[in-house]
Each structure stands twice: as structure tokens, then as C-alpha cells.
Design a protein around this ligand. Sequence first.
Ligand SMILES: CC(C)(COP(=O)(O)OP(=O)(O)OC[C@H]1O[C@@H](n2cnc3c(N)ncnc32)[C@H](O)[C@@H]1OP(=O)(O)O)[C@@H](O)C(=O)NCCC(=O)NCCS
Length: 167
Amino acid sequence: MHIRSEAVMDHEAIRAIHIAAFADHPFSKQTEHRIVDGLREADALTVSLVAEQNGQVVGHVAFSPAFVNGESCAMYALGPIGVLPPFQRQGIGSRLVEAGLAALRGLDASACVLVGDPAYYSRFGFRSDPALTMEGVPQEVLLCLTLAAAPPAGSVTHHEAFSIGLH
Ligand SMILES: CC(C)(COP(=O)(O)OP(=O)(O)OC[C@H]1O[C@@H](n2cnc3c(N)ncnc32)[C@H](O)[C@@H]1OP(=O)(O)O)[C@@H](O)C(=O)NCCC(=O)NCCS
């Protein structure tokens, strides 16, 4: 299994991964593939990695700029992340997260945030941070990993591409 940056030829496979991975997800509105497209169109897909196995793209993770109180602070959001269902629980998601965090460190990112299950993301060092909030999101699933400097206290927002399909 091999992790690499996305290429133009991967766009359709990336869409298919998120459609399949989130099909039965209880908190998904099944817009993840459109969010990735929107981030790419807005030139906000800062890090976009695919996992390739035997020539097939089976997993994808996106990282995009995130904001505190509307201000940029070199913080990035992880997501969406998806692995094709038959390939889940084989370590591919973990490899994508770790490679993405390494790429963010290379970009001098201060921190990485995500909305997700602490049972999964705590293994990478993500923790709930009482200084951070996100509108409409329970505190316990807004998770932050400090890479270089803790973000300022306040309200976190994703790139506007995350609201695709919600209005
Ligand atoms: C979440 C996801 C990307 C993880 O990828 P993966 O390749 O299956 O994960 P890994 O094999 O690296 O890790 C598997 C481990 O994570 C755990 N795990 C996977 N998804 C989990 C979840 N939603 N909650 C808690 N634990 C989870 C597994 O139990 C396993 O734990 P173990 O190592 O202790 O056995 C993948 O399962 C997926 O695409 N899920 C559907 C989409 C999704 O939920 N995306 C994330 C939204 S926040």
C-alpha cells in the first residue's frame, strides 16, 4: 500500500470512495465527495492524499485551511477521510492521517482540527480543547492536535466548501 498526493486521474475514484465510505454513516449528509470537489475548485485542498493498493485508489484524506473567529492561524482541518468499505480496518485510514499530519508539519502548520470520534482520533493525539468551539458541533467531537502552536481560543470554522449541499 502506497500513499501519495492526488493526481487529476484520481478525482473520480476519490468521489467514489467518499460516496461508498459515507453511504451508511449516521452523521453524514452524503455531501463529502462534493465538499472535496468544492475545496479543489476553491484552491483550498491544501493536502489531498490517496492510498493506492495494487494500482487501485482505495482511500483518501483532505486537509484544508480552518479559521478561529474568522481569522487564519495556520490551522488546517482534516476531512473528509474515507476508505472503501472492503479495505477498512486494515490500517489504511491511519496511514493517511499520519502522512497528512507529516505534510502539514512540512507546511509549518500550527494545528489540525477535525470533527470526529475521539475513540478513533485520540490515537493520533487529537483531543477535545475547551478553548475551541464550533457552531452546532458537540464539544466532545471537535478535536484538535497542536503541531507547533496551540490555536487561539474561539470559534472554529471550516472552509465555506463544507457548507455545500447544506443550504
Ligand atoms: C474512519 C476510516 C477512515 C478509518 O479508516 P480505516 O482504514 O478503517 O482505519 P484503520 O484501519 O487505520 O484503523 C482501524 C481502527 O480504527 C477503529 N475505527 C475505525 N473507524 C472507527 C470509528 N468510526 N470509531 C471508532 N473507531 C474506529 C477500528 O476499530 C480500528 O481499531 P483498532 O486498530 O483498535 O482495531 C474508515 O473506517 C471509513 O472510511 N469510515 C467511513 C467514513 C468515516 O467515518 N469517516 C470519518 C468521519 S469522521
